[in-house]
Design a protein around this ligand. Structure first.
Ligand code: FES
Length: 241
């Protein structure tokens, strides 16, 4: 191959890469701030191991999957109404980032890290004090529903507005799990957007995570697929204030 042909081929390859949808999304997010972290592109699967389609998600049900690490839970919700678009958010250190909105045909599907930004309460198999309260539900944590509540100390996060803090002790919002929907309606997790506390979490729960996931298992990056299940199936007890 001569140099001219090589350059043409390189240009074609570059163009092919440039139009890959996931890369375009990642580029757009990345340009908006420094709090975008791409991880493995992981396909979300249902409890039977089949690719999860957005059409199968029950409205306002709490779903749990683990991403980007084997031991970092995430909350997936198909909201009643579309999530807001292009929400400007700020981490506690002042870093700004922009939440682009939900996915799915109506923009109602959102996912957030399920590790509370206050003191890292999160759903475990034994118990969950962290969940989305549907619009028909009630919480003593605030006077509105359709929000994410951590009942440990009543932090309330706005599920439709990038996970920002509504009330309570948290000083920054929940990081969003960036989702993509393929043309066959299947759902993928591709990145984390916002200030995560993963390293603090691994330190704080070291012994517990080691017992559950083995010596290095908790930090392992999830690859290829992640199982999604309802919170009520995942955990033995749900406690909601
Ligand atoms: S740990 Fe969630 S509110 Fe304190």
């Amino acid at each position: 191959m001569n140099r001219r042909n090589f350059l043409q081929l390189s240009g074609t390859t570059a163009m092919a890469i440039a139009i890959a949808p996931s890369l375009i999304t990642q580029k757009l997010y990345a340009e908006d701030g420094s709090l975008f972290k791409p991880y493995e592109k992981v396909q979300l699967k249902d409890a039977d191991g089949k690719p999860l389609k957005t059409s199968a998600l029950v409205e306002e049900e709490n779903y749990i999957f683990h991403y980007p690490h084997a031991a970092t839970p995430a909350l997936l919700v198909n909201l009643k109404t579309p999530a807001s678009k292009d929400i400007k958010l700020k981490a506690e250190d002042g870093t700004e980032y922009i939440y682009r909105g939900g996915v799915g045909s109506k923009g109602t599907i959102v996912a957030y890290s399920a590790i509370c930004a206050h003191q890292m309460t999160r759903p475990t198999k034994a118990m969950s004090m962290f969940q989305y309260v549907p619009t028909s539900g009630k919480t003593i944590a605030c006077d509105k529903s359709g929000v994410i509540v951590c009942s440990a100390h009543l932090a309330v996060y706005d599920a439709a507005n990038g996970g920002k803090v509504i009330s309570g002790p948290a000083t920054q919002g929940l990081p969003a799990i960036v989702l993509e929907v393929d043309k066959d309606d299947t759902l993928w997790a591709v990145a984390v957007l916002g200030p995560d506390k993963f390293e603090d979490y691994f330190d704080a729960f070291k012994q517990e995570l080691k017992a559950e996931h083995g010596r290095r298992g908790a930090k392992k990056l999830v690859k290829e697929e992640a199982k999604v299940e309802t919170l009520k199936n995942f955990t033995a007890e749900i406690i909601q204030a």
